[in-house]
Each structure stands twice: as C-alpha cells, then as structure tokens.
Design a binder for this molecule. Sequence first.
Ligand SMILES: Cc1cc2nc3c(=O)[nH]c(=O)nc-3n(C[C@H](O)[C@H](O)[C@H](O)COP(=O)(O)OP(=O)(O)OC[C@H]3O[C@@H](n4cnc5c(N)ncnc54)[C@H](O)[C@@H]3O)c2cc1C
Length: 450
Amino acid sequence: MKKNHHRIPDSETEAEAEANNRQMGRRNFLKFGAASLAASGISSANATDVLLPENSESVSVDKSQIITSKVDILVVGGGSAGTIAAIQAGRTGASTMVMERASYLGGMTTRGGVCYPGLFDAWGKQIIDGVCWELITECVKMDGGTLPDFSKVAKRHWMNQIHINQFLFYILAEEKCTQAGVEIAYHESPQQIKETEDGWQVDCVGFGTQRRVICKQIIDCTGGAEMAGMLGFPRLRSEVRQPGSIQFLLGKANNPGRPTSDKGAGLLHAIYVHGADSTNSRTVTEASITGRKAVLDKMRKTNQRLMHLQSEPGFRESYRIQGDTVITVQDYTSGRHFDDAICYAFYPVDLHTKNGVKPKPLKPGIVPTIPLSALIPKGSRNLIVAGRCVSSDQLANSGLRVQAPCMAMGQAAACAASLAVKHGTTPGEVPLKEIHALLEKHGAIVPKKS
Ligand SMILES: Cc1cc2nc3c(=O)[nH]c(=O)nc-3n(C[C@H](O)[C@H](O)[C@H](O)COP(=O)(O)OP(=O)(O)OC[C@H]3O[C@@H](n4cnc5c(N)ncnc54)[C@H](O)[C@@H]3O)c2cc1C
C-alpha cells in the first residue's frame, strides 16, 4: 500500500499551498473587495477589520489554529453503525472520537427519517442484541412506545421493525457517547489521510475548525466507505443503483412537524429520488434539491399542506468495500455460516428499482451471518468498516443494509478495533475468540454453528 495519501497534488507542498491561498485571497480581494468598498463607502485604508472574509490573511492556514486530537480510535460517520461503534469503542476503554458531518447522530435512522430499525429477530428468536438494543429499548420506553413480541414470527417482515422517536434517539445516543467518554466532532469531515508508523494522521475540516487527528485505528462508518475510497482501496458500485427516498408528511391542517397519527413519524410518506447518491456534498445537494422539489410538486398537485419533512433524503446505496470476503446473494439466501462470523442479519432481499420493490423473504429457518473479513478492505491495516458499505454484492447488500445488522456490525468493528489497539496489531489479526468474548461481554449475540 502507498505510504502517503495526499488529496492535494504531490508537487504542492504545504508552503506552496499556503502561498497559493494567499494569492487567491488577494486576487479575490482585488476583484470583489474593492467593489464592495466602493459600494459601502468605506475607505480601503481602514477596511481590514470590516472585510475579514475577503482578506487574504484571514483565509490562509494558521498552523497555531489547528487542533490536534490524539485518540486510539476515530469513528468517521455517526450514523446507524457509527453511533453504536463509538459507544462500544468508548466502553472498552479506548479513547475514541466520532466525527459526523451533520449536526447530530443517527444518520439514516434520524436524518433520513428511517426511524423504524429492523430486524432484531428471526423465526421467533432475538438475533441482534447489545449496545443497539439497549439504546432502542431505552428510547421506546422513554417515549411510551411498545416493543414487538419476538417469540411470534411476524407475518410480514416489517411488522417487527421498532418504531422509535428519531429526535429522542439521537439525544440518547449523544448521552451514551458522552457517558462512554467519546468525543463528538460534529460538522467535520476528514480531508486527507496519511499512514503513520502506528496508525493514521487524519486532517479534518469543519466550519471554523481545522483538526489533525492522530489515531491508531479508523472505523469507516460513512455509509459509502469514504475513508476506504480516500485511501485508494478498491470499492464496489453497481451501475444502476437503488433510488433514495425523501420522507415527508402531507395533511390538511397547518400543523407543521406533527404527524397526524399518534403512531409517530414512522408513518411518513416517501417519494423515490432516482440517482440519489451520498458520495459527496455535491451529490447530496443534488438529491436534496430534487427530493424537495418533488415534495413541493406533490403538495401543489394534491392541494395539501406540509406537516413534516426530513432534512435529507435517505440514501439506499453508494459504494461498498471489497474485502477478502464478498458476501454473495447465494451466501445470504442460503444462510451461510461464515467461519469468521461476527453477527447475524435478517431481512428479505429488498432491491428497489425505478418500478418499486418486491421483497423476497428468506426461506423458513434461514438466518444469514456477516463475517469479519467482509468488514476489512482488502490489503488494508488499521482500518475497518461497518454499515451498508459491507463487502457484498448488490442483492445481498439489499438485505444486509438495514439498520439492525448495520448496528451489530458497528459493535463488532469497535470490539475488533479496540482489541487491535490493545495488542498493537490490526483488526484482521485479532484472534476471533477474543472478539467474540468481548462482544458477548457487552451483550451482543455471536453466531453459533448449530
Ligand atoms: C428510504 C429508506 C428506507 C429504509 N428502510 C429501512 C427499514 O425499513 N428498516 C431498516 O432497518 N433499514 C432501512 N433502510 C436502510 C438503513 O436505514 C440504512 O441502510 C442504514 O441506516 C445505513 O447505516 P450506515 O451507518 O451504514 O449509514 P448512515 O446511517 O447513512 O450513516 C453514515 C453517516 O456518516 C456520515 N458521513 C458520511 N460521510 C462522512 C464524512 N466524510 N465525514 C463525516 N461524516 C460522514 C453521514 O452524515 C451519516 O450520518 C432504509 C433506507 C432508506 C434510504
């Protein structure tokens, strides 16, 4: 693997980049600053204090303002998988930071409005437990909700999804992170990653924040394996990807933010956003605008009022990593028990297309497993992923991507990364028995061969 991973061209040193920034700042000042000065009537001699955004010095990189954070584990992405990974990593005693580009935790569970996580049970038994179940049950209890009876096999798969209050979920998740000693960095994203002797140097940017994170392990929970991509590891992406969906609620009364039913925001409407892609700020912007326009069109067509709108569309699919194991749909539908299985998954094969979706339920008794080797980008060290970017083909992924397995992967990835820190090794070299034992100590269910 290449030692250094620069996002700026190799020829451009930091000093040159800084000089270029200054030059650009000066050019912008000359272009726009002088005109604004003329318009405002302020003379250029005393203008430095009032024109900070266009002043070249204010945008140049001041090294003394870079915050350095030294942690054992950096979790990038605080969504369904990352939230659980961060709590678990903190609870093992590893110093942990979770970095999330948005302003709250939960990802698709909260921002996407998919506040009905599943599936934690299969064929009359609970199959996913641990940190995620603790968070979900606490959320349901505090909200006065009810939990399904897992001893009864649901007639339709969605019947045993758990309806949660998305707002309460992310506040509770934040509390659990804080209690576990996890540092939360909202509004920030990694820009550049360099490999170091015993881990990584990750340069990150937020608004008004520049941070250098020195860490031993990265857990990539970005949904689209963005850290693996930034590091140049191969990723899989289907030519035709599933649409995303924007969730909203139309109604008759002007009662914004309040669903009409007392069953909660789980009964939102949804419109497909074809081409929705979570890869970067530009694609997310495009999907958000397209989705919101569709909601506006629908309001006008049906003459209804807008009661609720999620802040971002839900993204079903983008990149997946390529691990030593790529879970195939045959593995998934046959319930293959991988030798290095770390958790279960359960959901129909659920591929959305432009014509809709026809879920294909798993055959009675089938419970697929997820192996550790599908969480590790091929050829990588000190890097592990969790969530919908798990190494898998598109059809297998259409079932694996749901929240309960994403959360279970998050807990498993955190246990593997924490043990790797403890032993000074990489997650793929930690004895599986130790990962299993740590998972069980923290309440998770580890697949057992029958
Ligand atoms: C419309 C829709 C309906 C669904 N229905 C169901 C259902 O019924 N039941 C179910 O269980 N699942 C359902 N799913 C699937 C499920 O919600 C997602 O697949 C799952 O939540 C993905 O979890 P994740 O942690 O991999 O990604 P996410 O939850 O998307 O989390 C990724 C996080 O990483 C952050 N991030 C990304 N890049 C960066 C970066 N560079 N720096 C910092 N942060 C970053 C994002 O902001 C996000 O918070 C549905 C999904 C959609 C879209």
